[in-house]
Write a protein that binds this ligand. Structure first.
Ligand code: HEC
Ligand code: HEC
Ligand code: HEC
Ligand code: HEC
Length: 231
């Protein structure tokens, strides 16, 4: 009798063990294989590619944002405001302080974008918030027409929508990377140009899949001035 009880209790223990194990692995299996993109910062990053991740924390917001069809920019208006592709755009709106660098005043709207009631448009996000002397490169628009006739012609921009090697493969980057390291600032969010708007902003490591089209384009690293006062 004792022997039989012993065997039965071993079986019961084994069965309980099985149940615990099974339940544990069942619920583990239900958990999502999810790697939070917030941890991206801890992964060692190649310095010249660091800026790709600068706006990564907003990637999921961009993904879940509804598209505001009534206030989207088009490539045509985008190029209209540039002397040539890649040139600093002029400031198309009035600026209060005529003197000064801009800096913080401009960053109020251009650091993270957002809808600006009085201009009835979304503020484009600047890819270079660290370059605080904004008006060194961005000038206020003075006139819509030329001051005088001249023979300057606008270089045509790289083609869009035809940079894939195969249908469905990631298109190569048709533009230079200097001043364009921070992909999400131009390719995602409500101020992004309609034709350049990307449906996968959450894949933050853009250059893992998109390579420059022209391999001779040199990737110039971001220049950072060291503080000479501390020496
Ligand atoms: C009150 C918010 C606000 C402030 C402050 C502001 N901007 Fe803007 N900016 C906008 C909006 C909105 C647009 C988009 C206008 C449009 O699309 O019609 C814009 C457009 C621009 C553009 C054109 C971008 C492009 O892709 O064509 C430049 C350049 C610019 N601003 C520079 C500046 C600078 C430099 C300053 C500081 C002197 C500044 N802005 C201050 C809201 C602002
Ligand atoms: C060293 C020159 C320089 C400085 C300083 C500078 N920018 Fe720019 N900015 C550029 C150039 C060049 C482009 C165009 C980049 C391109 O199209 O490849 C640009 C583009 C932009 C754009 C449009 C991005 C887009 O959608 O194409 C905005 C907005 C902008 N800058 C805002 C600012 C603000 C705000 C500041 C100050 C905090 C500033 N910039 C400082 C040169 C500069
Ligand atoms: C200053 C704004 C800006 C930044 C920053 C930028 N791009 Fe672009 N991108 C453009 C514009 C404008 C075009 C359209 C072609 C042109 O005028 O250069 C374009 C075109 C492209 C295209 C071609 C799309 C197609 O359908 O053919 C790809 C791919 C691309 N960019 C990827 C990137 C990646 C990856 C990064 C980051 C390393 C990046 N871009 C950063 C403005 C930008
Ligand atoms: C895992 C690979 C991968 C990553 C990472 C990736 N892309 Fe793409 N991308 C693709 C593929 C594949 C396509 C082509 C989709 C198609 O043709 O339907 C594409 C298309 C595009 C286009 C053309 C417009 C469109 O949506 O079809 C742009 C612009 C673009 N990607 C920009 C970006 C930017 C900016 C990032 C970083 C935030 C990025 N991509 C990250 C694979 C990737």
């Amino acid at each position: 009798m004792k022997k039989r009880l012993g065997i039965i209790s071993i079986l019961v223990l084994l069965f309980i063990g099985f149940l615990i194990n099974w339940t544990y692995s069942y619920y583990k299996g239900l958990e999502e294989a999810y790697i939070p993109i917030g941890d991206v910062k801890e992964i060692p990053i190649i310095p010249s590619e660091k800026k790709v991740f600068e706006r990564a924390e907003y990637a999921l917001d961009y993904l879940n944002m509804p598209r505001d069809e009534n206030h989207q920019r088009t490539l045509e208006t985008y190029y209209d405001n540039r002397a040539y592709p890649g040139a600093p755009p002029s400031i198309p709106h009035p600026v209060k302080e005529k003197l000064g660098m801009g800096g913080n005043v401009c960053l109020q709207c251009h650091q993270n974008g957002g809808f600006v009631e009085k201009f009835n448009a979304y503020a484009p996000v600047t890819p270079h918030p660290e370059m605080v002397n904004c008006k060194q490169c961005h000038a206020e628009q003075q006139t819509q027409t030329l001051f005088a006739a001249n023979n300057f012609y606008k270089k045509s921009a790289p083609e869009v929508g035809n940079n894939n090697a195969l249908p469905g493969s990631p298109p190569a980057i048709p533009h230079q990377l200097q001043m364009r390291e921070n992909c999400l600032s131009c390719h995602a969010g409500p101020a992004a140009v309609k034709e350049l708007w990307v449906d996968h902003p959450e894949r933050v490591n853009c250059r893992q899949c998109h390579v420059p089209l022209k391999q001779e384009i040199e990737n110039v690293e971001l220049f950072v001035r060291t503080n000479t006062n501390t020496q």
